[in-house]
Each structure stands twice: as C-alpha cells, then as structure tokens.
Design a protein around this ligand. Sequence first.
Ligand code: BES
Ligand code: ZN
Length: 860
Amino acid sequence: MDPYRLPRTVVPSRYDLRLEPDLSTLTFRGVETVAITVHEPVREIFFNAIELAIDEAVVVDARGREQRATATLDETTERGRLEVAEPLAPGAGQLRLTFRGTLNDKLRGFYRSVYKDPTGVSRTMAATQFEATDARRAFPCWDEPAFKAVFAVTLVIDPALTAVSNTCVVSETREGARKAVRFADSIVMSTYLVAFVVGELEATDPIAVGPTPVRVWCVPGKRRLAAFGHEIAVASLKFFEEYYGLPYPGDKLDFLAIPDFAAGAMENLGAITFRETALLVDESAASHAELQRVADVVAHENAHMWFGDLVTMTWWNGIWLNEAFATFMEMLAVDAWKPQWQRWVAFGVSRGAAMSVDGLHSTRPIEFPVTAPREADAMFDVLTYEKGASVLRMLEQYLGPETFRAGVHGYLTAHRFGNADTGDLWAALGRASGQPIPAVMDGWIFAPGYPLVSAAIERGELVLRQQRFTYLREPLRWWGAGAAGASTPARWQVPVQLRLSAGGRDTVERVLLSEAEVRRPLPAGCDSVVVNEGGHGFYRVRYDAELLGRVLSRLPALAAIERYNLVNDAWAVTLAGLMPLTDYLDLTARFRDERDKNVWTILIGSLAMLNRLATPDARPGLEALVRDRVTPALTALGWDARTAEDELTRQLRGDLIRALGTLGNDRRVQTEAATRYDAHVRGGAAVDPNVLPALIAVVAHAGEPARYTEFLERFRAATTPQEEQRYLYALTAFPQRDLVAQTLDRTINGEIRTQDAPFVVRTLLMTVHAREQAWEFVTRQWDTMDRLYPKHGTRRMAEGVTGLMMPELEAAVHRFFQERRIEFGGKVLEQYLEQLRVAVAMREREGAALAAYVARPGAR
Ligand code: BES
Ligand code: ZN
C-alpha cells in the first residue's frame, strides 16, 4: 500500500464548507460537513490534512448513530485519521469537522498576498492555490483527483471585503460584525480546483457568453489593465464551446489577478487565478511578446475548464491529459483569435525546448509514476506541457483536424464529471478515426526520448532511418544514479511528412516510418526533399551532405517553421557532437536575410549559449560574429516602426536590438538605445512598445551605475505589471560586482516578491558576468531561499546551474547538491546536471575551434 494514497473504504460526495478568514490575525477558522459513503464497517477514516488543527470531529453513520472521533495528523504522509469506538454502518453518512489554520506566506493552500493600494498603503488579501496537493492545507479533504465531490462554500468575511469562489453568490447575510457569503453548489469536481479569494477586489462589468457572465478581477486601481485579458477570455470561451461541442460547465467565469502567485495561473473552475503579469496589461504600451503571454495563459486556463475540470486525470501520472491538452488548445484558440501572430510557428520554439530536455538520458516518458506530493509537483515540466502538446499536434495532423476534434468531443462526453486516463483518450480517438491509436501513440507517451530521422539519397532512392537522439553517448555518471535500467528499444511510429520538389512542382507525401529504415523511389527530376514538411513532427532531421546542400540552396522556399527546425536541429546535432561547430557557424551566415522572429530566436539563442561557454579570450571575437550575423537584419528593418508593418516584425526589431546591444556588445547600438530611451522617458519621441523593453535591457547591459538607481526606482514605481518586470530583469544586466550583490540581496530581503525572486536568481546564474557570484550566493543562502520561496521556487531557480558551464563550477555544483542531499522530485536535478554536462563537454570539445573561428577575420 502506498502510504500517500487514501483507502476507498470511506468516500466523500459533498462538502458543505464554511470558512472564516481573518486578514488582521492572518488565521482562519473552518467548519465542514462532508457527505460520505461508507463501503466497509471500518472504525477509522483517512483523509488529507496538513498544518491544520482539528478541534472537533463527529461522524454520523447510515444508521444515524453519532460518534465523536479522535483526530490525529501525520505530517509526513499529510494524512489525518479519525477513529471512532464502534464500526460505522455501511451506507450514507456524514462527517463534521471544526478546524483552524493560518493564512501562510508560501503562496500555497490558503495564503495571504500583500500589495500597495493606489495611495501607497500596504494591504492584505487572501487567496488559494491548491494544485497539486494543497487543498489539504485549507480544509480536511480527500485530496486526490479521483475523489470528485460537490462543493458548497460559505465565506464569512469582513463586510467591507469581497469574496469570490468557484460559483455564483446565492446569498449575503449579516452575521454580527461579519457577513456570510454563500456560493452555489459546484459541479462534481476534484479538490484541487476549489478556490476562494477574499479582499478589496474590483471587477469589470460582465460580458455574457451565452448564459455565462465573464469578468476580470483585480486589486483596486488596476481595472484599466483588464480589457485585453477580458477580450481573449471571451473569445476563447466562445472558441472552446464551439470546438468541444459542449457548453461551459460552470455558472459564471471569473478571471482574477493576484499580486502574489506562485505559478503563472490556475484553472480553478469558474474562478481562474493569475499572477498579474499573465492577466493585466495595457494593450497600447505592451510588446507583442507581453500580449501573447496574456493571451496564451488566459486561453490555456480556459481550455482546462473542460480538459481538467470537467474531465480529470485519474491520478497525477496522467497530468499530461490536463496540461498537454490545455497547451495544445491554447495554440488553437490564440491562432483562431489572431492568425497574424502565427502561433503555431512560435510553438516551434516550445517544441524545441521540449526536445532539448527529451534528448537527455535523464528524460522521462510523458506518463511517469507518481507517489508522494513532491513527485506530483515534478510532473509540471516541459515534457508534460510541450512534448505533450507536440505529440497531440502531430496526432491531430496525422488523423486530420476534424477527426481529431470528433474524438476529443467523444472523450469529453463519455467522461464528463468523471476521471479518465490515456487509454480512454486513445479509445475515443480510435472510435472517431477507425485507426489503431495505441499502436502509433504509445511510444510517444510511455517511452522516453524521440527519434533522429536521417535522410539520404542512395542509388536514386530516398532512405529514411530512425535512431534515438541523445546529446551524450552515455548516461551521466553522478552520485544519485540508480542502476542503469534496460535501455528502451529506440523505435517509434513516426508520421513523416515529406515535400518533394521536381521541376518547380511540389508534392507532399506521408510515410509512417515504423521500422529502423524505409526506402522509397524518388520521382524523376526530384531536386529537393524537405523532411518534416510543415514542422509538426516531434523528431529531428539530419540530411546527408547532398540533400542538405539542396535544401539550403532553396532556403526561401521553406516555411518559417521549417527554417526554424533546420537551424534548431543543426544546433542540436552540433551540441551532440555529430556536426562540427564551424559548420554550424557557417550555417548561421546563411540567415542574414532571415526576417522571421522565431528563426531568429534559435539563432540568437544558440549564439547566447556559445557566449556562455566561450573562454574569455574568445568573447570579443564572438561579439563581432554576432554583429556580423545580426546587423544586416536590423539595418534592413531600421530603428523606427513603419506604419504598414505587422506586429511580428515590430517584435523582431526589438529582439534584434536587444541581441546586438547585449550579446553583440555593439557600442553604436548601445548609444542609440540610450539616446532613444532618454528621449522616451523625457516624454519626447514615442518608442514602439516592442522596442522599449529592448532599450531598457541594452541600457542596463551597457551598465552605467547611475542607471541602476534609476531603474530600481522605476521598478518600484511601475504602473503596469509588464513595466515592473522589464525593470526588475534589467537589474540583473548590470555587470558591476556591487550591483550584482545588491540585486542578489534583494532576492531575499523582501524587496522582490518571492513569486519572482527565484527567476531573478536563475537569470543571474545564467549570465556570464554574474554567474559565479550568484552561485556563491545561492550556496550560502540556500536555506533562507528554501524557507522564503514558494514550493517550486528553489527547483526553478536551480535550473540556472545549467549556465555554469565551466569544469570547476560543474564540479562545485555536483559537490553542493550531493553534500546537501537536495532533491526536487522526479528526474529534475539529474536533468539539470546532464544539461550542464552537455554544455561543458561542448566547451571542452569545441572551445578551441570556436576561438580560432571567431579570430579568423575572413571567416566571418
Ligand atoms: N495547472 C497549472 C498551474 C499549476 C502549475 C499548478 C504547476 C500546480 C503546479 C496551470 O494550468 C498552468 O499550466 N499554468 C502555467 C501557465 C500556462 C499558460 C502554461 C503556469 O503556471 O506556468
Ligand atoms: Zn495548465
């Protein structure tokens, strides 16, 4: 028996929950009545609870016998146990509990959030964050996704405050000095989706989508930032009702911005909570990237109202059914809303991020065993979200979008108000398509990794071969390594899409590569083959020299996503030691005319990584190489936005300026950036919102110390969440030791919110000028950080160690984690260490070649 799981002898069906939070004492009192079904005549009832005091417990069984129970709590398993003298009669019964807790500052369970009101006075509100396993911190419950129940919540609060929960308010009544706000019954749902928010909240007017009123909530004074989020909330709700073919399952839909919030957002049914940056934005002053972030997160959480809330995975090993689907649906909805954003091309960057982790020996299958809460938390990663969404996209393209949608509709209909697992999804998609889904899909979900597909021309035939792609030949050797498991057979059912060009005519062909190798004749006169046409496949492509030459000679004929994949795959095989770095650097020279922002993201990203692993003497040469590659594009675009230009081009301009001014250390760009920035803040020349964040970053990088004080002030006085973030991260770009030290101090002295601090430290760990200092700080302050930061905090921060790409630092990282016995659950730490190894190995293998290449004047 797994000690973390609850027995099914007694099962809840309804919670009548009354909570009384007190924002002045930072405590809450609760009373709950749980309708239960007793399946066996037991004398004990198990449930989840942690950091709660249970003052009274009474159990009533099916024969109406009432017994007082003694309650004990076990900290390690986070379980409570009630014991009664006489066995409970099987059948319907009731449990009545009285309990107390504190409104904590760890952004989990029932917690407090602090902010300044428009007059600068500090205010407190209360909010919840329950996923994965923190409902048990707010009220005793069966805190597993398969114990679905109805929730009837009453919040007893200060009459001056507002309370929001999952459903509509049905009554507000005065109770002495307080008011009791009673909410309607929820649908049958999992505990992790329950939410309450209490504070001085403001809402927009509702917009009705059919019977559902949709509102955005925020702390006083920020309502002017709600319109954009509101718009995508409404648009995506309409989109999903149409796509799923099922009405929204709740009675109202609120989107709430919470000043302190650990994750990005949380899909509580009817009361979706967000960190402010992910919901509130001034559309006229935000960059494309900042707007897309809001649209993404809103659409993602909204998609969960069906995928996750209406139908829920049975257990956390199946969390991909929630998160991968919500991510996939997010793309569909945002793409439908703003086709000009080319959302699926940008998704290529996310797919690439998943392939980076999934190319490690320490990757894991999308579905992976989970027992303890920490293991559940470790599942929220790029494999669940981005690999999961990628394989869904691949399947959607393989089956056809309409067939896929029909399968999704069938799945949701069959399991609504219930739980499901991967097999149920395959069954529904199988019914819709008539195809053997498990045969094609199981390898993508239950096996780790993905294939490298090699393409070659041999005797006039196209030959495709698959093998597993990994960066390192061997698994990483480290102290935590278990016995080497049996290596999984490296064979997938790969839906390969090809574009064959012959005499100026293109044909698209589909092949299911299921063996190690397939051969097919080439049409007469075929002069080029693109593998992974359209870019939807979750695999890498490696062309032989002849095919690569042909593809490169027709670069502009490739779609943006195909160019992205070409560069991304070339960079990956370079990191894996399968292609010389000098060849990769030559390749980048062919992209000077590139105008797609996502292709530039991988080009700039690879150069940034080279900058991190370069030896100091190579850096000036590398900076010159960056200028050589990037300058032509910026020259062509110019510094000023043009009227007929699309949003993506404007964002690209910002990205190029940032790359030149920081990575390229381009003095002229730095000077120009400072001039334009100063003119802008003096209220003169308006700067395009896509360029302004880049100007701030470049000015900070140029590093005049007086600017640090100025930017710190602007961080404190910011009037939008986006502005606050720009200046916050700008603080990490100043190279001076004392300024780095100041910024580091601010991550633990309360000046930077704990929701942001781990990410600021991560950035510093990945920045050449600050990383050693940051690492030293982290090793000294680890315990403090662990105490202050929300639960995912140190894990997210520690990802920054992948930036410590020097052999001595790598050794220090290993020593630290080993000595301190730090664990993040799942394979997280092992993945960080393997990524670090890949980078250091690259440095050792290619460092000299890099230095020589960038020193050779003509080569650039
Ligand atoms: N369900 C998650 C929130 C969550 C994440 C809870 C991790 C517990 C642990 C939510 O739907 C989500 O995925 N949020 C993302 C944003 C999204 C747009 C990718 C997040 O918080 O980063
Ligand atoms: Zn999600």
